[in-house]
Design a protein. Sequence first.
Length: 337
Amino acid sequence: MRVLVTGGAGYIGSHTVLKLLGQGYEVLVLDNYANSSPQALARVKILAQRGFDIREGDVCDAAFLNDVFADFRPDAVIHFAGLKAVGESNQEPLHYYKKNVSGSITLLECMQAHDCRQIVFSSSATVYGEAEYLPYDEAHPLQPTNPYGRTKLFVEEIIRDWAKSWPAASAVLLRYFNPVGADPSGLIGEDPRAIPNNLVPYIAQVAVGRLDHLNVFGDDYDTRDGTGERDYIHVEDLADAHLAAVRYAQDHKGCEAINIGTGHGTTVLELLAAFEEASGKKIAHQTVAKREGDVARSFASVSKAYDLLGWRAERDVADMCRSTWNWQSNNPFGYDG
Ligand code: NAD
Ligand code: UD1
Protein backbone atom coordinates (compact mmCIF):
# COMPACT_ATOMS: atom_id res chain seq x y z
CA MET A 1 0.00 0.00 0.00
CA ARG A 2 1.28 3.47 -0.95
CA VAL A 3 0.99 6.28 1.62
CA LEU A 4 1.73 9.93 0.89
CA VAL A 5 2.89 11.71 4.04
CA THR A 6 2.66 15.50 3.90
CA GLY A 7 4.88 17.18 6.51
CA GLY A 8 6.73 13.88 6.97
CA ALA A 9 10.02 15.58 7.84
CA GLY A 10 8.47 17.15 10.95
CA TYR A 11 8.43 15.91 14.52
CA ILE A 12 5.39 13.62 14.43
CA GLY A 13 5.71 12.90 10.71
CA SER A 14 9.26 11.53 10.94
CA HIS A 15 8.29 9.12 13.74
CA THR A 16 5.25 7.98 11.77
CA VAL A 17 7.22 7.48 8.54
CA LEU A 18 9.64 5.25 10.47
CA LYS A 19 6.75 3.07 11.70
CA LEU A 20 5.16 2.94 8.24
CA LEU A 21 8.42 1.76 6.70
CA GLY A 22 8.77 -0.83 9.45
CA GLN A 23 5.35 -2.21 8.54
CA GLY A 24 6.22 -2.50 4.85
CA TYR A 25 4.24 0.47 3.50
CA GLU A 26 5.56 2.32 0.46
CA VAL A 27 6.02 5.92 1.53
CA LEU A 28 6.49 9.25 -0.21
CA VAL A 29 7.20 12.29 1.95
CA LEU A 30 6.20 15.73 0.73
CA ASP A 31 7.59 18.64 2.77
CA ASN A 32 8.72 22.21 2.17
CA TYR A 33 10.99 22.17 5.26
CA ALA A 34 9.24 25.29 6.59
CA ASN A 35 9.76 23.91 10.10
CA SER A 36 12.04 20.90 9.69
CA SER A 37 15.36 19.62 8.42
CA PRO A 38 16.09 17.14 5.61
CA GLN A 39 18.42 15.53 8.18
CA ALA A 40 15.39 14.05 9.94
CA LEU A 41 14.51 12.02 6.84
CA ALA A 42 18.13 10.99 6.27
CA ARG A 43 18.12 9.56 9.79
CA VAL A 44 14.77 7.81 9.26
CA LYS A 45 16.34 6.06 6.26
CA ILE A 46 19.23 4.88 8.43
CA LEU A 47 16.90 3.61 11.15
CA ALA A 48 14.49 1.91 8.74
CA GLN A 49 17.29 0.53 6.56
CA ARG A 50 14.97 1.28 3.68
CA GLY A 51 14.72 4.03 1.12
CA PHE A 52 11.66 6.09 0.24
CA ASP A 53 10.86 9.02 -2.04
CA ILE A 54 10.99 12.62 -0.91
CA ARG A 55 9.55 15.59 -2.82
CA GLU A 56 10.28 19.12 -1.65
CA GLY A 57 7.36 21.49 -2.15
CA ASP A 58 4.32 23.20 -0.70
CA VAL A 59 0.87 21.62 -0.19
CA CYS A 60 -0.63 24.87 -1.47
CA ASP A 61 1.01 24.32 -4.89
CA ALA A 62 -1.65 22.47 -6.94
CA ALA A 63 0.57 21.82 -9.97
CA PHE A 64 3.29 20.32 -7.78
CA LEU A 65 0.78 18.20 -5.87
CA ASN A 66 -0.81 16.89 -9.08
CA ASP A 67 2.60 15.90 -10.30
CA VAL A 68 3.34 14.01 -7.07
CA PHE A 69 -0.02 12.21 -7.20
CA ALA A 70 0.40 11.29 -10.87
CA ASP A 71 3.85 9.78 -10.19
CA PHE A 72 3.22 8.07 -6.85
CA ARG A 73 -0.51 7.19 -7.10
CA PRO A 74 -1.04 7.02 -3.32
CA ASP A 75 -3.80 4.86 -1.81
CA ALA A 76 -3.92 7.04 1.31
CA VAL A 77 -2.63 10.36 2.62
CA ILE A 78 -1.50 11.24 6.14
CA HIS A 79 -1.71 15.02 6.29
CA PHE A 80 0.69 16.50 8.87
CA ALA A 81 1.83 19.54 6.86
CA GLY A 82 0.80 22.75 8.55
CA LEU A 83 1.88 25.57 10.81
CA LYS A 84 1.39 25.07 14.54
CA ALA A 85 2.55 28.04 16.62
CA VAL A 86 -0.39 29.52 18.52
CA GLY A 87 1.28 32.90 19.18
CA GLU A 88 2.36 33.31 15.56
CA SER A 89 -1.17 32.45 14.41
CA ASN A 90 -2.45 35.46 16.39
CA GLN A 91 0.12 37.70 14.64
CA GLU A 92 -0.35 36.27 11.13
CA PRO A 93 -3.82 34.73 10.92
CA LEU A 94 -4.10 34.97 7.12
CA HIS A 95 -0.85 33.12 6.65
CA TYR A 96 -2.18 30.36 8.93
CA TYR A 97 -5.50 30.17 7.08
CA LYS A 98 -3.68 30.07 3.74
CA LYS A 99 -1.20 27.35 4.64
CA ASN A 100 -3.43 25.20 6.85
CA VAL A 101 -6.89 25.66 5.30
CA SER A 102 -6.15 26.43 1.62
CA GLY A 103 -3.37 23.84 1.64
CA SER A 104 -5.81 21.19 2.87
CA ILE A 105 -8.42 22.13 0.24
CA THR A 106 -5.81 21.88 -2.52
CA LEU A 107 -4.80 18.47 -1.19
CA LEU A 108 -8.40 17.18 -1.03
CA GLU A 109 -9.08 18.39 -4.60
CA CYS A 110 -5.99 16.62 -5.78
CA MET A 111 -6.91 13.42 -3.93
CA GLN A 112 -10.31 13.36 -5.60
CA ALA A 113 -8.86 14.12 -9.05
CA HIS A 114 -6.54 11.12 -8.65
CA ASP A 115 -9.13 8.85 -7.00
CA CYS A 116 -7.22 8.72 -3.70
CA ARG A 117 -9.93 8.09 -1.12
CA GLN A 118 -8.36 7.83 2.33
CA ILE A 119 -7.03 10.59 4.53
CA VAL A 120 -5.78 10.75 8.11
CA PHE A 121 -5.63 14.36 9.31
CA SER A 122 -3.59 15.86 12.18
CA SER A 123 -6.11 17.71 14.28
CA SER A 124 -5.63 18.84 17.85
CA ALA A 125 -7.32 18.82 21.24
CA THR A 126 -7.09 22.59 20.92
CA VAL A 127 -10.36 22.40 18.90
CA TYR A 128 -12.23 21.84 22.20
CA GLY A 129 -11.23 25.13 23.90
CA GLU A 130 -12.28 25.71 27.51
CA ALA A 131 -13.55 22.45 29.06
CA GLU A 132 -17.27 22.27 29.78
CA TYR A 133 -16.61 18.85 31.31
CA LEU A 134 -13.71 16.41 31.60
CA PRO A 135 -12.44 14.20 30.17
CA TYR A 136 -12.94 15.75 26.76
CA ASP A 137 -14.85 13.28 24.61
CA GLU A 138 -15.36 13.68 20.89
CA ALA A 139 -18.88 15.09 21.43
CA HIS A 140 -17.55 17.99 23.55
CA PRO A 141 -18.43 21.40 22.01
CA LEU A 142 -15.77 22.76 19.66
CA GLN A 143 -14.73 26.31 20.53
CA PRO A 144 -11.05 26.96 19.79
CA THR A 145 -9.68 30.20 21.19
CA ASN A 146 -7.05 31.17 18.59
CA PRO A 147 -6.55 31.21 14.79
CA TYR A 148 -4.36 28.07 14.85
CA GLY A 149 -7.12 26.13 16.62
CA ARG A 150 -9.70 27.49 14.20
CA THR A 151 -7.67 26.31 11.21
CA LYS A 152 -7.88 22.79 12.69
CA LEU A 153 -11.62 23.09 13.29
CA PHE A 154 -12.29 24.48 9.79
CA VAL A 155 -10.24 21.76 8.11
CA GLU A 156 -12.09 19.12 10.15
CA GLU A 157 -15.41 20.52 8.89
CA ILE A 158 -14.15 20.75 5.30
CA ILE A 159 -12.99 17.13 5.38
CA ARG A 160 -16.32 16.07 6.91
CA ASP A 161 -18.24 17.76 4.06
CA TRP A 162 -15.84 16.35 1.46
CA ALA A 163 -16.34 12.82 2.81
CA LYS A 164 -20.11 13.31 2.83
CA SER A 165 -20.09 14.42 -0.80
CA TRP A 166 -17.94 11.48 -1.93
CA PRO A 167 -19.32 8.20 -0.56
CA ALA A 168 -16.16 6.32 -1.51
CA ALA A 169 -14.03 8.50 0.78
CA SER A 170 -12.79 7.71 4.30
CA ALA A 171 -11.37 10.25 6.69
CA VAL A 172 -9.99 9.96 10.20
CA LEU A 173 -9.45 13.19 12.13
CA LEU A 174 -6.99 12.51 14.94
CA ARG A 175 -7.24 15.03 17.79
CA TYR A 176 -3.83 14.81 19.44
CA PHE A 177 -3.45 15.86 23.06
CA ASN A 178 0.18 16.76 23.98
CA PRO A 179 2.73 14.83 21.89
CA VAL A 180 6.15 14.47 23.55
CA GLY A 181 9.07 12.02 23.60
CA ALA A 182 11.27 10.60 20.89
CA ASP A 183 12.30 7.40 19.17
CA PRO A 184 14.41 5.29 21.58
CA SER A 185 17.36 5.40 19.16
CA GLY A 186 17.93 9.07 20.04
CA LEU A 187 18.43 9.78 16.33
CA ILE A 188 15.13 11.58 15.71
CA GLY A 189 13.13 13.87 17.99
CA GLU A 190 11.52 17.28 18.38
CA ASP A 191 13.76 20.11 17.19
CA PRO A 192 12.04 23.48 17.60
CA ARG A 193 13.50 26.24 15.42
CA ALA A 194 13.13 29.02 17.99
CA ILE A 195 12.76 29.11 21.77
CA PRO A 196 10.24 26.33 22.47
CA ASN A 197 6.65 27.28 23.31
CA ASN A 198 5.83 23.87 24.69
CA LEU A 199 6.76 22.53 28.10
CA VAL A 200 8.75 19.37 27.38
CA PRO A 201 11.12 20.75 24.71
CA TYR A 202 11.64 23.77 26.96
CA ILE A 203 12.58 21.60 29.95
CA ALA A 204 14.86 19.50 27.73
CA GLN A 205 16.73 22.61 26.61
CA VAL A 206 17.15 23.76 30.21
CA ALA A 207 18.48 20.32 31.14
CA VAL A 208 21.03 20.38 28.32
CA GLY A 209 22.14 23.91 29.19
CA ARG A 210 20.71 25.81 26.22
CA LEU A 211 18.20 27.69 28.37
CA ASP A 212 18.70 29.01 31.86
CA HIS A 213 15.50 28.05 33.67
CA LEU A 214 11.88 27.10 33.16
CA ASN A 215 9.13 29.64 33.74
CA VAL A 216 6.17 27.82 35.30
CA PHE A 217 3.07 29.58 34.00
CA GLY A 218 0.90 29.94 37.12
CA ASP A 219 0.63 27.90 40.33
CA ASP A 220 -2.90 28.63 41.47
CA TYR A 221 -4.91 26.59 38.99
CA ASP A 222 -7.53 24.28 40.41
CA THR A 223 -5.30 21.19 40.10
CA ARG A 224 -3.43 18.84 42.50
CA ASP A 225 -0.49 21.23 42.92
CA GLY A 226 -1.80 24.42 41.30
CA THR A 227 0.07 24.00 37.99
CA GLY A 228 -1.51 23.21 34.62
CA GLU A 229 -2.46 19.59 33.92
CA ARG A 230 -2.13 17.99 30.46
CA ASP A 231 -2.49 14.62 28.79
CA TYR A 232 1.02 13.93 27.42
CA ILE A 233 1.17 11.26 24.73
CA HIS A 234 4.38 9.53 23.62
CA VAL A 235 5.14 10.27 19.96
CA GLU A 236 5.74 6.56 19.33
CA ASP A 237 2.23 5.75 20.59
CA LEU A 238 0.94 8.59 18.43
CA ALA A 239 2.76 7.18 15.39
CA ASP A 240 1.16 3.77 16.09
CA ALA A 241 -2.24 5.49 16.22
CA HIS A 242 -1.68 6.74 12.66
CA LEU A 243 -1.00 3.22 11.43
CA ALA A 244 -4.19 2.05 13.15
CA ALA A 245 -6.09 4.93 11.53
CA VAL A 246 -4.76 4.07 8.06
CA ARG A 247 -5.91 0.46 8.57
CA TYR A 248 -9.32 1.66 9.80
CA ALA A 249 -9.78 3.97 6.79
CA GLN A 250 -9.16 1.05 4.44
CA ASP A 251 -12.36 -0.72 5.53
CA HIS A 252 -14.63 2.10 6.74
CA LYS A 253 -16.17 4.90 4.69
CA GLY A 254 -17.21 8.25 6.14
CA CYS A 255 -15.48 10.52 8.62
CA GLU A 256 -14.60 10.02 12.29
CA ALA A 257 -12.93 12.36 14.80
CA ILE A 258 -10.91 10.45 17.40
CA ASN A 259 -8.99 11.64 20.48
CA ILE A 260 -5.41 10.46 20.82
CA GLY A 261 -4.17 10.71 24.40
CA THR A 262 -3.56 8.51 27.42
CA GLY A 263 -6.62 9.57 29.43
CA HIS A 264 -4.39 10.74 32.32
CA GLY A 265 -3.30 14.25 33.27
CA THR A 266 0.17 15.24 34.53
CA THR A 267 0.89 18.64 36.10
CA VAL A 268 3.84 20.87 35.23
CA LEU A 269 5.55 20.10 38.55
CA GLU A 270 4.98 16.35 38.17
CA LEU A 271 6.45 16.48 34.66
CA LEU A 272 9.41 18.48 35.94
CA ALA A 273 10.09 15.89 38.67
CA ALA A 274 9.81 13.02 36.16
CA PHE A 275 12.26 14.76 33.83
CA GLU A 276 14.74 15.37 36.67
CA GLU A 277 14.53 11.69 37.54
CA ALA A 278 15.03 10.59 33.90
CA SER A 279 17.91 12.97 33.19
CA GLY A 280 19.63 13.12 36.56
CA LYS A 281 19.67 16.91 36.09
CA LYS A 282 18.22 19.55 38.37
CA ILE A 283 15.89 21.81 36.36
CA ALA A 284 15.96 25.42 37.61
CA HIS A 285 12.49 26.94 37.57
CA GLN A 286 10.45 29.85 38.84
CA THR A 287 6.76 30.60 38.89
CA VAL A 288 5.54 33.46 36.69
CA ALA A 289 2.12 34.75 35.59
CA LYS A 290 -0.30 32.46 33.78
CA ARG A 291 0.01 32.29 29.99
CA GLU A 292 -2.97 33.86 28.27
CA GLY A 293 -5.31 31.30 26.76
CA ASP A 294 -4.12 28.38 28.93
CA VAL A 295 -6.69 26.06 30.47
CA ALA A 296 -6.25 24.48 33.91
CA ARG A 297 -6.79 20.86 32.96
CA SER A 298 -6.94 18.88 29.74
CA PHE A 299 -7.17 15.15 29.29
CA ALA A 300 -8.81 12.84 26.83
CA SER A 301 -11.54 10.30 26.86
CA VAL A 302 -9.79 7.50 25.01
CA SER A 303 -12.54 4.91 24.63
CA LYS A 304 -13.43 5.82 21.04
CA ALA A 305 -9.82 5.29 19.92
CA TYR A 306 -9.86 1.82 21.46
CA ASP A 307 -13.34 0.93 20.18
CA LEU A 308 -12.72 2.04 16.59
CA LEU A 309 -8.99 1.67 16.09
CA GLY A 310 -8.15 -1.00 18.66
CA TRP A 311 -5.38 1.37 19.76
CA ARG A 312 -4.41 2.55 23.21
CA ALA A 313 -1.32 4.31 24.56
CA GLU A 314 1.29 1.98 26.04
CA ARG A 315 4.05 4.31 27.21
CA ASP A 316 4.09 6.38 30.40
CA VAL A 317 5.50 9.76 31.43
CA ALA A 318 8.81 8.17 32.54
CA ASP A 319 9.24 6.70 29.01
CA MET A 320 8.43 10.10 27.53
CA CYS A 321 11.06 11.87 29.67
CA ARG A 322 13.76 9.20 29.17
CA SER A 323 13.41 9.21 25.39
CA THR A 324 13.29 13.02 25.22
CA TRP A 325 16.47 13.22 27.27
CA ASN A 326 18.17 10.56 25.16
CA TRP A 327 17.40 12.61 22.02
CA GLN A 328 18.30 15.99 23.54
CA SER A 329 21.52 14.89 25.23
CA ASN A 330 22.73 13.19 22.03
CA ASN A 331 21.71 16.17 19.87
CA PRO A 332 21.99 19.24 22.10
CA PHE A 333 21.40 21.58 19.17
CA GLY A 334 19.03 19.36 17.22
CA TYR A 335 19.59 18.15 13.67
CA ASP A 336 21.78 20.94 12.42
CA GLY A 337 23.79 21.57 15.56
P1 NAD B 1 6.22 20.08 12.64
O1 NAD B 1 6.26 21.53 12.39
O2 NAD B 1 7.42 19.42 13.24
O3 NAD B 1 5.86 19.30 11.29
C1 NAD B 1 5.08 19.86 10.28
C2 NAD B 1 5.80 19.61 8.97
O4 NAD B 1 5.04 20.17 7.90
C3 NAD B 1 7.18 20.28 8.91
O5 NAD B 1 8.13 19.36 8.40
C4 NAD B 1 6.99 21.46 7.97
O6 NAD B 1 8.18 21.78 7.28
C5 NAD B 1 5.91 20.91 7.06
N1 NAD B 1 5.08 21.95 6.43
C6 NAD B 1 4.49 23.01 7.02
N2 NAD B 1 3.78 23.72 6.13
C7 NAD B 1 3.93 23.08 4.94
C8 NAD B 1 3.43 23.33 3.63
N3 NAD B 1 2.64 24.38 3.37
N4 NAD B 1 3.76 22.47 2.64
C9 NAD B 1 4.57 21.39 2.89
N5 NAD B 1 5.07 21.12 4.11
C10 NAD B 1 4.75 21.96 5.12
O7 NAD B 1 4.94 19.80 13.54
P2 NAD B 1 4.47 18.46 14.27
O8 NAD B 1 4.56 18.70 15.73
O9 NAD B 1 5.11 17.28 13.68
O10 NAD B 1 2.92 18.50 13.90
C11 NAD B 1 2.41 17.83 12.77
C12 NAD B 1 0.94 18.17 12.64
O11 NAD B 1 0.27 17.83 13.85
C13 NAD B 1 0.66 19.66 12.40
O12 NAD B 1 -0.43 19.77 11.49
C14 NAD B 1 0.25 20.15 13.77
O13 NAD B 1 -0.61 21.26 13.69
C15 NAD B 1 -0.46 18.94 14.34
N6 NAD B 1 -0.46 18.90 15.81
C16 NAD B 1 0.74 19.00 16.48
C17 NAD B 1 0.73 19.00 17.87
C18 NAD B 1 2.02 19.12 18.64
O14 NAD B 1 1.99 19.47 19.81
N7 NAD B 1 3.18 18.83 18.07
C19 NAD B 1 -0.47 18.89 18.58
C20 NAD B 1 -1.66 18.78 17.87
C21 NAD B 1 -1.64 18.79 16.47
C1 UD1 C 1 -0.12 24.25 23.56
C2 UD1 C 1 -0.95 25.12 22.64
C3 UD1 C 1 -2.05 24.26 22.02
C4 UD1 C 1 -1.44 23.06 21.29
C5 UD1 C 1 -0.57 22.27 22.27
C6 UD1 C 1 0.12 21.17 21.49
C7 UD1 C 1 -0.88 27.40 23.59
C8 UD1 C 1 -1.65 28.45 24.32
N1 UD1 C 1 -1.53 26.23 23.41
O1 UD1 C 1 -0.94 23.79 24.56
O2 UD1 C 1 -2.79 25.01 21.09
O3 UD1 C 1 -2.45 22.23 20.78
O4 UD1 C 1 0.41 23.14 22.85
O5 UD1 C 1 0.94 20.40 22.26
O6 UD1 C 1 0.25 27.60 23.16
N2 UD1 C 1 4.09 25.60 30.55
C9 UD1 C 1 4.90 26.25 31.46
N3 UD1 C 1 6.04 26.82 31.00
C10 UD1 C 1 6.42 26.78 29.68
C11 UD1 C 1 5.59 26.11 28.76
C12 UD1 C 1 4.42 25.54 29.23
O7 UD1 C 1 4.59 26.30 32.63
O8 UD1 C 1 7.47 27.34 29.31
C13 UD1 C 1 2.85 24.94 31.05
C14 UD1 C 1 1.57 25.45 30.41
O9 UD1 C 1 1.02 26.51 31.14
C15 UD1 C 1 0.68 24.18 30.46
C16 UD1 C 1 1.69 23.03 30.31
O10 UD1 C 1 2.94 23.58 30.68
O11 UD1 C 1 0.06 24.07 31.70
C17 UD1 C 1 1.79 22.49 28.90
O12 UD1 C 1 2.05 23.56 28.00
P1 UD1 C 1 2.30 23.31 26.44
O13 UD1 C 1 3.34 22.26 26.27
O14 UD1 C 1 2.56 24.63 25.81
O15 UD1 C 1 0.93 22.68 25.91
P2 UD1 C 1 -0.56 23.26 25.97
O16 UD1 C 1 -0.67 24.37 26.93
O17 UD1 C 1 -1.46 22.10 26.21
